[in-house]
Design a protein around this ligand. Structure first.
Ligand code: NCD
Length: 337
């Protein structure tokens, strides 16, 4: 089924063309995203394309966020719109109002919803009664489509195209929603090879593999260096072990095999590789930090750049869902500058 551009819940309905259009739009909006810090603040440009438009961010307390929340907020503001927080704790949800009714009422008050929730079905309840676009900012351990779009955008920016890359995803492939959407996104491109390295128990669920050329490597993470080197990737996509989603039983049985770290030594034989991570890197968890700080300034590490790309990409997502066309944006830019 083709993407109706009404909501963004999963990557699945987007075509390759839809994704490439978003890349193009993100490039267009890049000068109005504020991410190029070589430009002094007083010379940074923004747009008032979305003046009067309101975004409601519904982020459940138990689903903390720095990047996704912050970059949606920034993207909206840089385009002249207003992001507002929906505080569930102060709402009539406390009086047992249903999610569907809350959605209908809130959608009368604003223009676009962004939702992150522990319950993967919450987003579908919002969509049911919403009069406005709904964006999935992470639904439990299912998907995280806007992260994938910025991940693919980052890959494209780094090497010119998504096609033809070897991508090795490392870590928690079972509960890491960013890896699930990434699989679905990569599936739209040609000649892709994906390796999934995980400890036993945290393998990629079958339903996200689809038609992709996928090679699972279920290993004791202490052997990461040799397995990773053998996959010979252009991109490594490391992920955090999703401690909060793993049952105590699993932790007890297999937890000792989950700990891993990518450091300079791990990458000893990988010169032409880019290291991605959706972040956060878990510094004080018992399983991490999955990337050593010594790599932060290594030219192969691109995770900060990747996070920054979230702003122009989310700007592109917002304008598309609000019904603007490329030509509307071009003429607005022309009028403004
Ligand atoms: C990820 C998430 O929330 O799924 N973070 C993000 O949005 N960039 C990854 C994680 O929490 O491990």
């Amino acid at each position: 089924m083709a993407w109706d551009k009404k909501h963004l819940i999963e990557i699945d309905p987007l075509s390759r063309k839809d994704i490439e259009n978003l890349f193009e739009l993100a490039d267009k909006l890049l000068p109005y995203s504020g991410i190029d810090k070589t430009i002094p603040p007083k010379e940074q440009k923004s747009l008032n394309l979305l003046q009067g438009k309101i975004m409601r961010l519904w982020f459940e307390e138990k689903e903390p966020s720095t990047r996704t929340y912050g970059s949606f907020q920034t993207a909206m503001e840089r385009l002249g719109g207003e992001p507002q927080e929906f505080n569930e704790g102060k709402s009539s949800i406390k009086k047992k109002e249903s999610t569907e009714h809350t959605s209908r009422i809130l959608s009368g008050q604003c223009d676009i919803f962004v939702d992150r929730h522990r319950d993967p079905l919450h987003i579908h309840m919002l969509v049911e009664k919403s009069l406005i676009p709904v964006v999935n900012a992470g639904n439990g351990s299912d998907q995280h489509p806007t992260q994938t779009l910025l991940d693919l955008y980052t890959i494209k920016k780094k090497v010119g195209k998504v096609d033809g890359n070897i991508i090795t995803i490392v870590g928690d492939l079972k509960y890491g929603r960013t890896t699930h959407s990434l699989m679905k996104g990569l599936e739209k491109f040609d000649d892709i090879e994906v390796h999934g390295i995980s400890p036993p128990g945290l393998e990629m669920p079958e339903k996200y593999i689809g038609d992709i050329r996928y090679y699972p490597h279920i290993i004791d993470m202490r052997n990461l260096k040799s397995v990773l080197t053998e996959t010979n990737p252009n991109f490594i996509y490391a992920t955090r072990i999703q401690d909060e989603r793993i049952s105590w039983r699993m932790r007890l049985l297999k937890g000792s095999m989950y700990r891993y770290q990518i450091n300079k030594d791990t990458l000893e034989y990988l010169f032409n590789v880019y290291l991605m991570h959706p972040l956060p890197i878990a510094t004080n968890s018992k399983y991490g930090p999955e990337i050593a700080t010594e790599l932060d300034d290594d030219p192969r590490a691109i995770y900060f750049e990747q996070a920054d790309n979230g702003i122009p990409m989310r700007e592109a997502i917002i304008v598309i869902l609000l019904g603007y066309r490329k030509s509307d944006i071009e003429s607005h830019i022309k009028q403004t500058f």
